[in-house]
Design a protein around this ligand. Structure first.
Ligand code: MG
Length: 452
């Protein structure tokens, strides 16, 4: 059967594949399984309202009641579903360009639906079998405009508001005209920060910058932090589940640094706890855990897997090396509002500038490379590499949670097949750049060897 779902939902060019007919039928397929009350919300894209109304039509047609939450961050919808509803649908293409949109489905805990449920939805869709309710069993549509306020209040409950207010921090905030416009400026105002806003008007044309908060797209933010002498710059992606930080010198802070910094803060506050991450994450996460009474579990790559593990194991905090951070007592998914609040809290409590807090973290060097490999050869190549490493276990340690991760005396390298492209990604980490490059090249050479 054809697959529709990617890593989290369906994402396509809006009004081509992802047109109202498609959205409505797919939502009816999801609604056929949920058969309860479903919350619906979305981002600021020009096509979001159109897709959302099609989704709502599909849901009520299957007999589900619908609560429309309006325009709000993805994690705010996940928060609402976990606390009040049986399921949720989020209309967003996250950080993708303006012409894209997407549909994310979550379960009753607000976690992106698991693969077996995706398969069920796809089967109902392709076999034209979504449930169609009788005229007297059509769902009702209501509205809830209070989630945004509640989400902000709940994020604030999880940080030391008094300390943050006393620090009187000056922050430049770049919402990229995305869903964070409805939450972030109000949150930081309530936290007593002085805020300067960039791109904080919702706009589906994203006139100020691309929704993806990568360094080349954040030059205005970086320059404004430098020009105004701010303590911190914060940027969110289109659906406000990721936070990127710029330090007081205008330097871009990588996601894995933010992850380690908040991990340290969370472990200190809670006197230890369980951290969940993926096998591709920096050893720094393990070092910080060791120093602060923490324990780390690693899953395969994917924020949904991290979220589910956090729930199952009752974990304290989790995240990925790209800076998607999960606070499981708040939202079972990446959350931007609490990530930003925790960074601000850490600066306030430690009384140190962000650049210094980052400099105090363990330092590792990494290298990323990729190599082409036809999809049908990926498994064979991985099996062969794993076999070779296993036969050489006096020199290497092997972890096959996701792809092939090899630990050597010098560091580690992971070789993972891409889920969407005919390539392997190779990622290494060690204590100096030269060895990191050497390890990554060795990883690539192993793929080449078994591709022949
Ligand atoms: Mg996102």
């Amino acid at each position: 059967m054809k697959r529709l779902f990617g890593t989290f939902g369906v994402r396509r060019l809006a009004n081509e594949v992802l047109n109202p007919e498609f959205a409505s039928k797919l939502a009816a397929a999801y609604g056929s399984i949920i058969q309860g009350t479903v919350a619906v919300g979305g981002d600021t894209r020009t096509t979001t309202s159109m897709i959302k109304h099609a989704v709502i039509a599909g849901l009520v047609s299957s007999g589900c009641d619908v609560v429309d939450l309006g325009v709000l961050p993805t994690p705010a919808v996940q928060y609402a579903v976990r606390n009040y509803y049986d399921g949720g649908v989020i209309i967003t293409a996250s950080h993708n360009p303006p012409q894209y949109n997407g549909i994310k489905f979550v379960d009753e805990d607000g976690i992106g639906i698991a693969e077996d449920m995706e398969l069920q939805v796809e089967e109902l869709y392709f076999e034209n079998k979504p449930k169609r309710a009788n005229w007297d069993e059509i769902g009702e549509i209501t509205y809830n405009n209070s989630i945004i306020e509640e989400y902000i209040e709940e994020a604030m409950k999880r940080v030391n508001v008094k300390k943050i207010r006393e620090a009187k921090l000056k922050i430049v905030l770049d919402c990229g005209s995305g869903a964070a416009c409805f939450t972030a400026p109000f949150l930081f105002q309530k936290l007593g920060c002085e805020i300067l806003t960039l791109n904080c008007q919702p706009d589906g044309f994203f006139p100020g910058r691309d929704p993806e908060p990568i360094e080349p797209n954040l030059q205005d933010l970086i320059n404004t932090v430098k020009a105004t002498g701010a303590d911190l710059g914060l940027a969110h992606d289109g659906d406000a589940d990721r936070t990127i930080c710029i330090d007081e010198n205008g330097s871009f802070v990588l996601g894995d640094k933010t992850f380690a910094l908040i991990e340290k803060q969370m472990l200190k506050e809670n006197d230890g706890g369980l951290i969940v991450t993926t096998v591709a994450t920096s050893t720094a996460i393990y070092d910080v855990a060791k120093e602060n009474n923490g324990e780390v579990i690693a899953t395969a790559v994917g924020d949904l897997l991290v979220a589910r593990k956090l729930k199952d194991e009752n974990g304290l905090f989790g995240g990925e090396e790209n800076g998607g951070l999960i606070f499981p007592d708040f939202v079972y998914g990446r959350d931007a509002a609490l990530s930003a609040s925790k960074i601000i809290e850490t600066i306030a409590i430690e009384g140190k500038p962000l650049s210094q807090l980052v400099a105090e973290l363990p330092v590792y060097f990494s290298e990323k490379m990729k190599i082409k490999c036809p999809d049908d050869k990926k498994q064979q190549v991985m099996d062969n590499i794993a076999e070779e490493i296993k036969n050489n276990s006096s020199n290497y340690k092997l972890d096959t949670t996701d792809g092939v991760k090899i630990f050597t005396d010098e560091g580690w390298v992971i070789i993972r097949p891409s889920g969407t492209e005919p390539i392997f990604r190779c990622f290494s980490e060690t204590d100096n750049q030269e060895t990191a490059t050497k390890l990554a090249k060795w990883g690539i050479s192993l793929v080449e060897k078994y591709l022949k």
